[in-house]
Design a protein around this ligand. Structure first.
Ligand code: FDA
Length: 307
């Protein structure tokens, strides 16, 4: 029951100011967002890749209000990619981007987001890696898929995310399960109305399995974005049934969640990619992590009162 309340708060400016200014928040935030700058994050990249993990990097931020902020978001990714070039990690470290951070919700936002994300995709390709477009709330998805299709004309490796809780996703998965595509399947992290999305966990989990089956039986490259042990076991079974080799799909999990499981899957020979967020505008990302697990909120509140 708490999840929807926290997700509503994630869109409130008043809550943003309150929580961002709380003296102890930073310590709790660090669990999920382990740095603010490229310099902070490079040692984390080195450490995780040394341990056999791959990464997808997210410069946190969304819901920006000016074109200048969108340009700054583009530049933040370009700065990261310039640093990654020196590390020579190639496709071991890819980028995840939210188009809202690139101006998608502003006037002329579709074109603006495309113009801002294209140089990031180009720069990533130049160092041998790629970009995945995150899925945000359902109102943004037609634009996201159109931008994805446009980028794929020049950069076919560009990936996208689909969300199992949305009714539309089974059809999207059928369309996307084609040769050369890279698709991350997640349950979905936004507050969506009953007209467009399943509301019950068991319905979402069942949809996840149906969609995953479509992706595994298709010709694309499935990326299983989940920490759910049951779904991970089912994914392994579906991959086996579809005759996929270990390098023909990958698991993805968020930094700070089930870290032992990241290492266990990598040790079993799976490709395991850790979604690693950094930056200063962490509020929206952090609140979604609290909403996913009420125990996180209890920990957060305890840290505030014990100070
Ligand atoms: P579920 O929520 O059932 O969790 C299973 C278990 O994992 C829990 O019992 C708990 O042990 C652990 N767990 C999960 N979340 C936790 C948390 N926050 N804190 C502590 N433990 C937790 N969503 C979206 O809408 N658009 C997107 O682009 C993405 N991108 C994305 C990338 C990657 C790599 C991942 C893993 C996830 C996303 N998501 C996302 C988020 C996704 O939609 C979903 O909200 C979370 O993954 C939680 O769902 P699970 O599948 O992990 O299952």
């Amino acid at each position: 029951m708490l999840g929807p309340v926290i997700l509503a708060a994630s869109r409130s400016d008043r809550m943003r100011r309150l929580i961002s200014a709380a003296p102890v928040t930073k310590q709790v935030v660090d669990r999920f967002i382990p740095g603010e700058t490229v310099a902070d994050i490079v040692p984390i990249i080195r450490d995780l890749t040394d341990r056999g993990l791959e990464l997808t990097m997210d410069v946190v931020g969304e819901d920006i209000t000016t074109p200048e902020q969108a340009t700054a978001a583009r530049d933040a990714y370009l700065e990261l990619i310039a640093r990654l070039k020196d590390l020579e990690l190639g496709e071991k470290v890819e980028m995840s981007v939210k188009l809202s951070m690139f101006g998608q919700a502003l006037e002329g936002g579709h074109e603006l987001a495309l113009a801002n994300v294209r140089p990031v995709v180009e720069a990533a390709a130049a160092i041998g890696t790629t970009v995945t477009l995150d899925a945000e709330d359902h109102t943004t998805l037609d634009s996201m898929f159109a931008i994805h299709e446009e980028l794929r004309k020049d950069f076919p490796q560009t990936g996208c995310v689909i969300q199992a809780y949305l009714f539309r996703t089974e059809a999207d998965a059928r369309r996307l399960a084609a040769a050369g595509s890279r698709v991350r399947l997640v349950k979905g992290a936004y507050k969506e109305p009953a007209e467009v999305a399943y509301q019950q966990k068991h319905e979402i989990d069942k949809a996840y399995v149906r969609i995953l089956k479509t992706l595994m039986e298709g010709e694309g490259y499935p990326m299983i974005g989940s920490h759910d042990p049951r779904l991970i076991a089912i994914a392994q079974e579906l991959a086996h049934q579809a005759g996929r080799k270990l390098d023909e799909y990958e698991f993805q999990m968020l930094y700070g969640i089930r870290g032992d499981e990241h290492l266990r899957l990598a040790a079993e020979g799976h490709r395991m990619r850790v979604y690693t967020a950094y930056g200063t505008d962490w509020y929206g990302y952090f609140m979604r992590r609290l909403a996913e697990k009420p125990a996180n909120l209890r920990f957060f509140l305890r840290s505030m009162v014990s100070k």
